[in-house]
Design a protein around this ligand. Structure first.
Ligand SMILES: Nc1ncnc2c1ncn2[C@@H]1O[C@H](COP(=O)(O)OP(=O)(O)OP(=O)(O)O)[C@@H](O)[C@H]1O
Length: 258
């Protein structure tokens, strides 16, 4: 893998900063000091409360790990953070805006500043891995930006040789790195990753972690949900991360076991 030129991630066409009131502020320039803020948020499915009155603040440039047992609600919490779900009670603020009050276009605009690595890393199997990575730009009429960034991103995640291959031809670790490149190609201020090292070996987990740390050193705010305690321990020497544990509807600072 090669170092990523920070310029790639800073490129942002002016039109993506304009359409929605106040969304033009960059991370760190948002109203208040949080990039994303959950304020006494409650959420549940089909009348069953998953968590209630949960609060979380992601400061610009911060690095957070979110751990907790399977089914505790980590994915749900992440989805609230990128306005894929709306809080039943309480407020979610994204770049200072009340996510519950944003219309669909405004949500789409704010999502352009948040790169999401989904747990299942889904790709379009009929497109090459390079085309899949470029897709977030292609679908938002920014295809012209892809050409320069794509080659560098493919090198950065070590997937240049696989650029023309189809997703089913890639290994689990290669798919995870492709998913990270796809999240990053939109030059987001925040990267939210759901189990980015699921189903990969230790070496690959370290490789993915080092990419995320590199992004954080460029000023990106990082939130990672993971069961991978080895990765969290390994990160401690390289990054000042806050480790949170979600269990029984409560979010708490992780204990000494980490
Ligand atoms: N769309 C949905 N409809 C109904 N229940 C759901 C839905 N999504 C998640 N759940 C339930 O909410 C609970 C929390 O799910 P979630 O995926 O947020 O947990 P998690 O901590 O990310 O789990 P894991 O570590 O296994 O990925 C689970 O019991 C799950 O079955």
């Amino acid at each position: 893998m090669v170092a990523l030129n920070a310029k790639v991630l800073r490129k942002r066409p002016p039109q993506t900063l304009k359409p929605v009131a106040d969304l033009g502020r960059r991370a760190g320039e948002c109203r208040g000091s949080a990039v994303i803020e959950l304020d006494n948020v409650s959420y549940g499915y089909a009348g069953n409360a998953l968590f209630s009155q949960l609060s979380l603040t992601l400061a610009p440039g911060s690095f957070h790990f979110l751990t907790g047992p399977s089914g505790a609600g980590k994915t749900t919490l992440l989805r609230l953070c990128y306005a894929d779900l709306r809080a039943k009670r309480g407020k979610v603020r994204i770049f200072g805006e009340d996510a519950g009050a944003l219309n669909r276009d405004a949500v789409a605009m704010s999502r352009r500043r948040i790169g999401v690595v989904h747990q299942d890393c889904q790709f379009l199997d009929h497109l090459s891995i390079a085309e899949n990575i470029a897709l977030p730009l292609t679908v938002s009429d920014r295809a012209h930006e892809a050409a320069g960034n794509l080659e560098e991103l493919l090198n950065w995640v070590g997937l240049a040789p696989q650029a023309g291959q189809l997703p089913p031809e890639l290994s689990g670790g290669e798919r995870q790195r492709a998913a990270l490149a796809r999240a990053v190609i939109i030059s987001p201020d925040v990267i939210i990753a759901d189990e980015p090292t699921g189903n990969v070996d230790w070496e690959m987990s370290q490789r993915i972690l080092s990419l995320l740390i590199e992004l954080n050193k460029m000023g990106k705010t990082i939130l990672i949900a993971t069961h991978d305690l080895t990765m969290i321990r390994a990160a401690k020497s390289d990054v000042s991360a806050r480790i949170l544990r979600l269990k029984d509807g409560q979010l708490a600072q992780a204990g000494a076991e980490l």
